[in-house]
Design a protein around this ligand. Structure first.
Ligand SMILES: CC(C)(COP(=O)(O)OP(=O)(O)OC[C@H]1O[C@@H](n2cnc3c(N)ncnc32)[C@H](O)[C@@H]1OP(=O)(O)O)[C@@H](O)C(=O)NCCC(=O)NCCS
Length: 372
């Protein structure tokens, strides 16, 4: 019998640009305020790329400490995946630049799935290791999303920031790393978060520039509704698939898009808000870098330790989403319950979930009236 392989998260690293752009800074150029941004999103400040920062340089700066922690040289890598929506160039893929700068001698590809990209990449990389095809894989999320922001549009420019983060996966025979995942897409919502011009369907021309169609356009309410719906439901399914219960998860690492979306997710999962890691106040939404940056900081702060189970979820343009349940280091992956108590608690959760869904319209009405 062949031994089952797992993909251990063996190293991690981050890079955040030095330039800090605060809410008060933004309020000097657009009609907004620190109070509005803080209460509606949870964001206080974000980082914006410096003169010498490029997507590839930031990806490399995040990858080097990850490789060092994993005890690997770049030449030990079998594959590099860089998730991004803001590569240095339309061509070549930034992954090849990262491979070259690092001095790696392996395949490399760029993965685009909006803000969900890095979680997609983590699930994809895990499959290469589980299948035995590859051993050591670098998974990066790197984003200079500020280049696609219209700094005259207060509905988008306050939300995003630049950053990069990376992990290195290595094979393990002990249960560890990604235990279950869900990759999702609903292209019918594409218009809700889009850069309408400067792609192949509407190449860059004077019209595109005049209409500011080379920048991100967003229907914030539609994205909010999609995200609030998706976070709890996808987490539930992915946790269930891992044979676990929400109570078994030590830390949730949600996409850092809006603290209110995270609060709604926690409420629907009936989990305490403290179990949801947030660093949105420091960085805003850093797109593909958001979840790995939060993972790295949670590790640095000791919020996650050997054997802990973590559920990570990202969502964004597409519309897309991706969720993984993973274990940090090795440890018992079975549920903390006996088979009987697991079955009872799972059945009870299903009943309460059903009741919650049935009550949703009433609950929404109640909150709407309360707001008024
Ligand atoms: C964008 C978002 C913060 C807006 O919050 P909201 O509570 O839905 O606010 P609304 O869109 O209802 O806007 C309310 C008012 O605030 C205004 N407003 C929007 N942005 C503002 C800003 N930065 N400062 C001040 N006022 C602002 C609106 O123009 C609107 O004014 P009006 O009532 O006069 O028309 C919220 O919808 C959101 O986070 N959506 C999800 C976005 C997301 O996650 N995107 C990334 C996915 S990867």
């Amino acid at each position: 019998m062949t031994q089952e392989r797992y993909a251990r998260i063996a190293g991690w690293g981050k890079y955040v640009p030095e330039n800090v752009l605060t809410n008060d800074d933004l309020a000097k150029s657009v009609d907004t305020s620190d109070e509005w941004i803080t209460t509606r999103t949870g964001i206080k400040e974000r980082r914006i790329r410096g003169e010498n920062d490029t997507n590839s340089s930031m990806a490399v700066a995040a990858s080097e400490p990850a490789l060092e922690m994993a005890g690997l040289k770049a030449t030990d890598l079998d594959l590099i995946i860089v998730a991004t929506s803001s590569p240095d160039y339309l061509l070549p893929p930034v992954s090849s630049q990262v491979q070259d700068i690092l001095g790696a001698k392996c395949g490399a590809f760029q993965l685009g799935a909006g803000c969900s990209g890095w979680v997609y990449a983590l699930a994809v990389a895990t499959q290469f290791i589980k299948s035995g095809a590859y051993n050591n894989i670098l998974v990066v999320g790197s984003e200079i999303i500020s280049f696609a922001l219209d700094y005259t549009d207060r509905t988008t420019c306050v939300l995003f920031g630049d950053a990069a983060a990376a992990v290195v996966l290595t094979p393990s025979e002990e249960p560890t790393g990604v235990l279950s995942f869900e990759l999702g897409s609903d292209g019918s919502g594409a218009e809700a978060l889009i850069v309408p011009g400067a792609g192949s369907s509407k190449p860059l021309n004077q019209d595109v520039l005049d209409n500011r169609e080379n920048f991100i356009r967003m229907d914030g309410k539609a994205v909010f509704r999609f995200a609030a719906r998706t976070v709890a439901s996808s987490l539930k399914r992915t946790i269930d698939q891992a044979g676990l219960l929400p109570d078994d998860i030590d830390l949730f690492i949600p996409h850092q898009a809006n603290a209110r979306i995270v609060e709604a997710g926690a409420r629907f999962l009936r989990q305490p808000a403290e179990k949801f890691y947030l660093n949105i106040h420091k960085y805003g939404n850093t797109s593909t870098a958001s979840v790995p940056l939060a993972f790295v900081e949670a590790m640095e702060e000791g919020r996650l330790k050997e054997g802990d189970k973590v559920a990570m979820i990202a969502f964004g343009a597409g519309l897309s989403w991706a969720t993984v349940v993973a274990q940090v280091g090795v440890g018992d992956i079975s549920s903390a319950h006996s088979l009987f108590s697991y079955a009872v608690k799972r059945a009870r959760n299903r009943v309460v979930d059903g009741a919650q869904m049935a009550m949703l319209p009433l609950y929404t009405l109640f909150r709407r009236n309360k707001k008024k």
